[in-house]
Design a binder for this molecule. Structure first.
Ligand code: DAH
Length: 339
């Protein structure tokens, strides 16, 4: 009987299977309730005492061989199935690829970049974590200048020299420090202000800064450039430059676009005036040029800054600025066609 068991062990070791069913049949034959092993275990009591030890060892070896075989075959078949799952039927038509949508801020930012690159502006960027010099001092806003309060600043912990930039005008400074005129650059980016969050304002938003420095640049050049920009972006070319104050420009102005009052929503957008403010601008203050090692006697230039979020909200009828940073797919998916 022991020889028979040894034969069965050899058979189990040599057993091969192609399907799960074959493995299961093998398992039942050896390890099932009425299987070979249980038959041998039942036989145990009839075995002569002096053979019990050898018999027991042989039956245990058979059990081990059968169990190991079942496990090994199962694993082998499963991994074959996995491979099949990965590659599938290679002749099947492809799965549709679900394309994402660009974020409305990116869409509008890219539109603005396109408009300005058509008239020779390049794109420059600067860090969101800034130092006092680039965000304030070089822009003609020395310490204790009251205009610093125009923008509530987030400082990084205890160091008053490290802050989250409050505007992209800081990139003007960085660009002028590294490049000599002629300069034509726009600088898109995220900015931060310590403001209460509501449907109309957020503690972070996006701006595009523009800078043009060359010989004999005039206010007329500024106006013409802005007019071109608003016509391209909104299809509305009537603009108004309303006198204002910024420490880094002199003279300074607020940029208004004539939006019109044709519909109910025009009334809301322009608060009944027909005019919509989109940003600030002016002739770069000679102090700023000098701070950046540009000779203010030889060169002059203009700068402007516009808010991207506001423009995106206008162009895509978004009524709450918070939607732009909440990452709700139901909102984002609506921009699939607007690439
Ligand atoms: N930095 C200003 C702000 O964030 C916007 C601005 C105004 C930028 C006038 C300019 C400028 O370049 O000339 O409110």
């Amino acid at each position: 009987m022991i020889d028979k068991i040894k034969e069965l062990i050899a058979e189990a070791d040599a057993f091969k299977a192609e399907t799960k069913e074959e493995v299961e049949a093998f398992r039942i034959q050896y390890l099932g309730k009425k299987g070979l092993l249980n038959q041998y275990f039942a036989e145990f009591k009839n075995v002569a005492n002096e053979q019990k030890k050898e018999f027991g060892q042989a039956v245990n070896a058979l059990k081990k061989a059968a169990e190991e075989k079942v496990n090994a075959l199962k694993e082998e078949l499963e991994s074959k199935e996995e491979v099949k799952g990965v590659y599938g039927d290679l002749s099947r038509p492809g799965e549709p690829v679900n394309l994402g949508a660009r974020h409305p801020i990116s869409i509008v930012k890219n539109q603005i970049i396109d408009i300005f690159s058509n008239i020779g502006f390049n794109v420059s960027e600067g860090p969101e974590i800034e130092d006092d010099w680039h965000n304030f001092t070089a822009l003609n806003l020395p310490e204790y200048h009251p205009a610093r309060d125009m923008q509530d600043t987030f400082f990084i912990q205890t160091n008053p020299d490290v802050l989250l930039r409050t505007h992209t005008s800081s990139v003007q400074v960085r660009y002028m420090e590294k490049n000599q005129p002629p300069i034509r650059t726009i600088s898109p980016g995220r900015v931060y202000r310590n403001e209460a969050i509501s449907a109309r304002s957020h503690c972070f938003f996006h701006q595009i800064e523009g800078l043009y420095i060359d010989k004999e640049v005039s206010f007329a050049d500024l106006k013409q450039t802005l007019q071109y920009f608003t016509t391209q972006l909104f299809g509305k070319s009537k603009i108004r430059l309303r006198p204002s104050y910024f420490p880094f420009t002199e003279p300074s102005a607020e940029i208004d676009v004539y939006w019109g009052l044709e519909t109910e929503s025009d009334y809301r957008i322009t608060k009944g005036t027909g005019w919509l403010e989109i940003g600030g601008c002016g002739m770069v203050d000679p102090n700023v040029l000098e701070n950046c090692n540009i000779d203010s006697k030889e060169y002059s230039g203009f700068a402007f800054g516009v808010g991207i979020d506001r423009i995106a909200m206008l162009l895509h009828q978004i009524n709450d600025i918070r939607l732009l940073s909440e990452n709700d797919v139901r909102f984002l998916e609506q921009f699939k066609s607007a690439l």
